[in-house]
Design a protein around this ligand. Structure first.
Ligand code: ZN
Length: 101
């Protein structure tokens, strides 16, 4: 069964169900702004039965943690200047790998 078929099955059965596209969009939106209660409920219901979006949620939470860590570093500027371009590449690569896993 493809992911596309899977979406259709869910949508046809229950009106509260949203597609994977909508879920991933709303999850990333939720990182930056407050979303409504019903919308949160829809996301929760989708996540309860969709392994793809659960994986996506994990990834964006992981990335968010990294971003918060970097932002809250007291000596951010000196930290950045100390990184060699090779180190920067390694960081970018590890983020990329996380996205693809
Ligand atoms: Zn999904």
């Amino acid at each position: 069964m493809t992911q596309h078929d899977h979406n259709h099955l869910i949508k046809d059965k229950m009106p509260l169900m949203i597609s994977c596209d909508q879920t991933t969009y709303l999850l990333s939106k939720n990182q930056h702004e407050e979303i409504g209660f019903i919308t949160k409920l829809k996301i929760k219901m989708h996540l309860a039965m969709c392994v793809y979006c659960r994986r996506y949620e994990k990834q964006i939470k992981f990335l968010d943690k990294i971003i918060i860590k970097i932002k809250s570093a007291p000596n951010l500027n000196s930290f950045q200047h100390k990184l060699t371009s090779e180190q920067k590449e390694k960081i970018a690569e590890s983020i990329k790998n996380q996205e693809n896993s």
